[in-house]
Design a protein around this ligand. Structure first.
Ligand code: KIV
Length: 259
């Protein structure tokens, strides 16, 4: 049965962890979906891991939609959520509705994700959920703000930690169905998770979240560089390099193709 936003909340109530990975193309989405991933995020990390940009800032809405469509074509069961890219929603509520509306109309995604929990973002989340667009929040390290925050762990001092807690609570009240907690201390993530009825998904936020999300390029060992909190479950870079080496040898030695 296809995963719904309501299912995620039910899983939180029963203590069933949410398994989430990113995807940016059809074949990867199909593999992840068939392997039992619950939530597939078309993250704007696509900018770096799929398109070779140096940050998430340059990726455009058209690029995100193009990849989201491919991902959705590969998925039967998982909930697909797409990031709204930098400057496609921060300008105004109207801009956010138009952008999220395009994402929902042009792809088969079940919801969108946006970064931040400041008052303007809360207004945007409220409006989007009111018109029927499910929203996933994202607090802690928000990479679209890296020019101010850097990529370091957030919420280290009490004031900052309290602000992150307040923003997570406010996002839930505004209607978000789930929140990504990125690169914050495990205790802080645990505190936030216990205060919310909606599930949290951690990325570099310890093991007290209601689910975990990894960027698939990191998870598979495809990235040249990855954040310190990411874990690679396989070294696909090496695996592919070895396969190319074997192909080269076989072609040069006329072993492939056979007669
Ligand atoms: O864009 C992304 O991949 C993300 C991560 C937190 C998973 O937002």
């Amino acid at each position: 049965m296809a995963v719904t936003i309501h299912q995620l909340t039910k899983w939180k109530q029963t203590g069933r962890s949410i398994i989430s990975l990113t995807a940016w193309d059809y074949s990867m989405a199909q593999i992840l979906d068939r392997a039992g991933v619950d939530l597939i995020l078309v993250g704007d990390s696509l900018a770096m891991v799929g398109l070779g940009y140096s940050s998430t800032l340059p990726v455009t809405l058209d690029e995100m939609i193009h990849h989201a469509k491919a991902v959705c074509r590969g998925v039967d069961r998982a909930l697909v959520v797409c990031d709204l890219p930098f400057m496609s929603y921060q300008v105004s509520v109207t801009q956010a509705i138009e952008t999220a509306g395009r994402m929902m109309k042009e792809t088969e995604a079940s919801g969108i994700k946006l970064e931040g929990g400041q008052p303007k973002m809360l207004e945007i989340v409220k409006e989007l959920t009111t018109i029927g667009i499910p929203v996933m929040g994202h607090v802690g390290l928000t990479p679209q703000s890296f020019r101010i925050l850097g990529y370091k762990q957030q919420g280290k001092i009490e004031e900052e930690a309290n602000l992150i807690i307040d923003r997570a609570i406010a996002l839930e009240q505004a209607g978000a169905f789930s929140i990504i907690l990125e690169h914050i201390h495990s205790e802080l993530a645990g505190k936030i998770s216990s205060k919310l009825a909606i599930p949290t998904c951690g990325s570099g936020a310890g093991n007290q979240c209601d689910g975990q999300v990894l960027v698939t390029a990191d998870f598979l060992g495809l990235s040249e560089r990855q954040p310190p909190f990411a874990k690679s479950y396989v070294d696909l870079r090496q695996f592919i390099t070895n396969a190319v080496e074997e192909f080269k040898q076989e072609v040069q030695n006329k072993k492939f193709p056979s007669k």
